[in-house]
Design a protein around this ligand. Structure first.
Ligand SMILES: Cc1cc2nc3c(=O)[nH]c(=O)nc-3n(C[C@H](O)[C@H](O)[C@H](O)COP(=O)(O)OP(=O)(O)OC[C@H]3O[C@@H](n4cnc5c(N)ncnc54)[C@H](O)[C@@H]3O)c2cc1C
Length: 491
């Protein structure tokens, strides 16, 4: 359809809607943008951990790190501690920086693996600054690291973005969409009819209506790519509690017999939740596991959230792009949903159809987003399939499931040769190594370059890295004290 796009309507005012409104209105100042949201429906109210890519998004909006942490009552996140994943009682750390020092031909893990054979290597995370700082509860903004992301109150982030967007001329309409009108000939969306009778017209629509998928699903009936045969987790229960200790600079992910629990510390409260597969755990059992393991007084009632893992086959369909939960969802194990929202917005700006929708650009958008979802999906499956656990029907299923071909190739190549190759535009890199090794996937061999060092040289090399990291960590202040001093929230 070769119709110019001057007016855009965003349906939904959750994290996805307001992130989209804020960046689109900043980048494309001539486009007339309206956001429709319903107070009656509200937002999902979860989504409190991020990965470092959010810095790029906030930078574009002129939101600096201290302001962000203060305004969202957030804390700094250096990575995730995975407990009970490889086997009950086990623990490893996925930190946000690179581990050790590699060179162009061979990664650090190949030297580490040789050291392991010689009995001189320490745990892989001993060579990761972020992992070490996190486990000692330290943090500061520093030029050479540590790399970090955030824990945040998503409602406060949406409020901050709403202020930015409305100041940048986005119009906000409060109202419930009751009907969506489409063009008989093209099937394109033409307007939204609100409960109060108002009709909101636009040339282009962005579906940020959450799991309801009012436009992409209910109206355009876009097929869904269902991944629940690989990721059977389909429920979560969230509950907020009072803090019992100063916030730690990392997320905890604690596996149980049919899922896992999260602990996300903010400045004014702890976010807790359990993610589980309803085929293997009932809602009542999940609620019991969650409420019996939380620390601190409950501030909210436990709430069951249902979901399905996968994404819309075409995230851009006709004159509609779906961003956020309307487009798809992969469980929050690596806190990737806000990152995918950001990718969706940036790709939309890149291919924005000012002079009319071009199907070649639509295909490019869908291809890119498909890749992004797929890479993250494989990374999440890795956590489940690479395990020694077979102590419950759920873990038996995970350990023995048929793995997606691309993931299987990656795991096999790593095991057999020690090689790991990051794909183009893939968000995770060193993270793959940390999780593969943390979950017990140790390569059978290393690159011959690692044999160029004598055993003594290798020991010196490994020890130096470890000592440098400990030296840096010893200069960092305590995370809780740092927050109080530089980023204290008003809550
Ligand atoms: C259990 C769980 C844990 C998560 N944890 C993380 C995490 O740690 N990190 C992370 O990055 N992400 C996480 N996510 C994902 C994250 O919550 C979402 O990606 C994010 O909140 C964006 O949601 P949204 O804006 O798409 O939808 P929502 O927040 O649901 O917003 C939907 C909007 O659409 C509006 N709306 C819906 N229907 C209508 C209608 N008919 N008329 C008018 N308005 C309507 C609603 O009012 C609302 O404003 C998690 C998700 C779940 C389920």
């Amino acid at each position: 359809m070769n119709k110019t796009v001057n007016k855009v309507v965003i349906l939904g005012g959750g994290t996805a809607g307001w992130m989209t409104a804020a960046l689109l209105s900043k980048a494309l100042t001539k486009v007339d943008i309206t956001l429709v949201e319903s107070d009656q429906i509200g937002t999902i109210g979860v989504g409190e951990a991020t990965i470092p890519s959010l810095h790029f998004f906030n930078d574009m909006l002129g939101i600096n790190s201290s302001e962000f942490t203060k305004t969202t009552s957030g804390s700094f996140k250096l990575g995730i501690q995975f407990e009970n994943w490889q086997k009950p009682g086990s623990s490893y750390f996925h930190g946000f920086g690179s581990t050790g020092l590699g060179m162009w031909a061979a990664g650090f893990h190949e030297y580490w693996q040789r050291g392991l054979e010689l009995g001189i290597s320490k745990p892989f995370s001993n060579y990761n600054l972020e992992g070490q700082a996190a486990q000692q509860g330290k943090f500061a903004h520093q030029k050479d690291g540590p790399n970090f992301a955030y824990h945040l109150d998503a409602n406060l982030y949406a409020k901050l973005l709403r202020e930015k967007a409305t100041n940048q001329s986005v119009t906000r309409i409060e109202g419930l969409v009751e009907r969506v009108n489409t063009d008989e000939e093209t099937g394109h969306i033409s307007s939204l009819k609100l409960q109060n009778g108002t009709e909101v017209k636009a040339d282009f629509f962005i579906d940020c209506s959450g799991f309801a998928g009012i436009l992409i699903d209910k109206t355009l009936k876009t097929p869904f790519v269902d991944w629940s045969h690989w990721l059977p987790m389909d429920r979560a229960i969230a509950v907020q509690t009072k803090l019992t200790a100063p916030p730690l600079p990392y997320t905890r992910s604690i596996a149980n017999h049919a899922g896992w629990q999260w602990r996300i510390p903010l400045q004014h409260r702890m976010g807790n939740g359990i993610v589980y597969a309803s085929e293997y755990m009932s809602d009542d059992e999940a609620k019991d596991i969650l409420t019996s393991s939380i620390e601190g007084e409950m501030l909210t009632e436990p709430r069951v959230i249902k979901f399905k893992t996968g994404h819309r086959k075409k995230l851009w369909n006709k004159n509609c792009v779906a961003i956020g939960l309307a487009g798809g969802f992969i469980e929050p194990l690596e806190s990737t949903a806000i990152h995918i929202i950001q990718q969706g917005i940036m790709q939309l700006i890149k291919y924005f159809p000012t002079y009319g929708i071009n199907e070649l650009e639509v295909d490019e958008y869908n291809y890119y987003m498909d890749m992004d979802y797929n890479d993250i999906k494989d990374f999440i499956i890795l956590h489940y399939v690479q395990t020694e656990r077979e102590d419950s029907p759920f873990w038996k299923f995970c350990k023995n499931m048929e793995v997606p071909t691309a993931l299987k190739q990656r795991m096999d190549m790593f095991k057999q040769t020690g090689r790991f190759v990051q794909r183009k535009n893939e968000i995770f890199n060193d993270s793959w190594l940390q999780v593969m090794i943390g979950q017990g996937l140790i390569p059978d061999q290393h690159h011959p370059i690692a044999d160029e060092m004598s055993e003594q040289e290798l020991k010196g090399f490994l020890d130096n890295i470890e000592q440098d990291i400990q030296k840096t960590v010893s200069t960092l202040p305590n995370h809780g004290e740092y927050l109080n001093r530089f980023c204290k929230s008003d809550l």
